[in-house]
Design a protein around this ligand. Sequence first.
Ligand code: V47
Length: 390
Amino acid sequence: MPVLLDPSRLSDPRLRPVAEKAMSDRRLDQDDALALFATTDLLGLGRIADFANQRRNGDRVFFSANQHINPTNVCVLRNTCVFCSFARMPKEEGSYTRSLEEVFAEAEQARDAPTTEFHIVGGLHPKLRLAYYTDMIRGLKQRFPHIHIKALTAVEIAHLARIEKCSVREVLVAMREAGVTSLPGGGAEVFSSAVRASIAERKLTGDEWLAVHREAHGLGIPTNCTMLYGHVETAADRVEHLAALRSLQDDTGGFLTYIPLAYHPDHNELGEALGKTGSATTAFEDLKNIAIGRLFLDNIPHVKTHWPMVTPFLSQIALSFGCDDVEGTVVYERVYHEAGATTDMHLHYDDLVGLIRGAGRVPVERDSLYHPVRDRFDGPARSSPALVGV
Ligand code: V47
C-alpha cells in the first residue's frame, strides 16, 4: 500500500481537498483540476498523484519493446496543422512514401530484437488507399505473427473512410480483420474548437476524434488517448479535454493509457509565430501534466511518459509523479525529431529496465494490451537492434 498522505501538511491549501478526495477514492471535478493546474506546489501535487498511482499499480512500471513505423510523411493537412514538423506536401523536399517492401524491410529490425509491438502512424496521404494499410498489416502479421500491431490514429482512419467513401466502422473492421490489435492515441491535440481553429483548422473535430474511438471501443478494439499541451491552449481547455476523455471512458472503458504530449516548436509555423525554439514546455509543466492526468483520469488504467519528447531523464522522474508506463524502445522516432527533439531515436531495452529500476520501481515488460511479458531481468541482457538507415 502507498504511504498515507497527510493533507494538512500540503503547503498549498488548494491541494488539501484534492488530496482528501484522492485518498478516499472520490472523483475530482473540473474545479479541482483547475486548482491543480494553478498550483506551484509541484512536489505536493506529485505526492498525491504518486499515491493514486501506487494504489492502482503498486511499484510496477510498464514498458514495451516496440518499433515505430511511419509509412509516409505526405499529409493533406500539411499547411493547416501549424504545430506539426513531420508533414510534407507530396512534392516537397523531404517527402517520402514507403512501398510495402520498404516497410517490411524496415520491420526486419524486429527480427533479432525482443519487439512485441509495431506502432504505425503517418500523414494523411491523398492517394494511399485502405488496401495499402491492410496489405501492410497482413504482411507484417505473416512475417511476425507474435508482434501486436497498434496502427493508425483516429485522424488517419477518418481520412481513409472519406477516401473510400465508407464508414469509420468499415475501416476499423477491415483493420481488425487484417490484424490490428489497438489504436494509438494521436491526433487528439486539444479538443477546444477555438484552439483547433488556430492550430489545426482542417483536422477532424474533437467530437469526431472521440466518435472514432467510441466506435473502436464498441468493436472491442482498445485505444490510447493523448493531449498535446504547451502551445496556445489554456488550463480550462486542458481540463475540458481531460473531461471529454474521462466521459468517453465512463461509457466504454476502451482507453488503455493516457499520454500527455509536450509540444515541440522547432521547424513548424506555430513555433515561429510564438517565437519559440528548443522546448516550449518546462519540466515543471511536463510533470504537472503527468500528475494531473493520473488524478483526473481516474478511470484510465495507465499514464505513459513519452521519453522522446521529455527526455528519458524527466521520464524517470515522472515515475514518482503518477506515471506507471514508459514509452518503449521506439527504434525510429520521426515526429518529434523533425520538431527539434534532441533525444536519441531509440532506447535500448536494458536501458529502459535500468531507468525504471533507478527510480526504485519494478519494471514489467508488457505487450500492447498490458499483459505482462517479462518481469525478471536477471538473465542475459536483451538488446534493441542496431539502427540502420535512419
Ligand atoms: O498527434 C505532432 C503530436 C502526435 C508535434 O498511442 C507533436 O502509444 C509535439 O500520438 N510537437 C503523434 N507533438 C504521436 C502520438 C503518440 C506518441 C507515442 C505513443 C502514442 C501511443 C501516441 O504527435 C500527434 C501530435 O499530437 N505532434 N507534432 C510537435 N511539433
